[in-house]
Design a protein. Structure first.
Length: 106
């Protein structure tokens, strides 16, 4: 029997026995999509799914879950933590303009 053709751009088939780990959950689908995009851009494969689909594994959760391979979990959690950090340095301070009270009317 001939061997199947292999193409250079073919994606490897997922291993059905692979252990997946929850790294993120949110009630907001839009937030979960942003985090999934962040992980995708870092080259981390992830699955976005409704929490209602996995109630046996994670009871009491609603919204959306992001699952990654166990070996990618630490990197994914670090990226998510960095994403949640504010975009300013601790040494930066906000400038506040003080506006004087308007003159009282007679």
């Amino acid at each position: 029997m001939p061997e199947p053709l292999k193409t250079s751009g073919a994606q490897p088939q997922p291993d059905p026995n692979e252990k997946l780990v929850k790294v993120f959950d949110s009630e907001q689908e839009s937030e979960a999509l942003v985090v999934k995009g962040l992980l995708d851009s870092a080259g981390i494969d992830s699955d976005l799914m409704s929490a209602s689909m996995v109630q046996d594994a994670f009871p009491g959760l609603g919204g959306m879950l992001i699952l990654v391979r166990q070996e990618d979990a630490a990197t994914a959690q670090r990226l998510i933590a960095e994403y949640r950090q504010p975009d300013f340095d601790e040494d930066e301070t906000a400038e506040i303009e003080i506006i004087e009270d308007p003159p009282e009317k007679p």
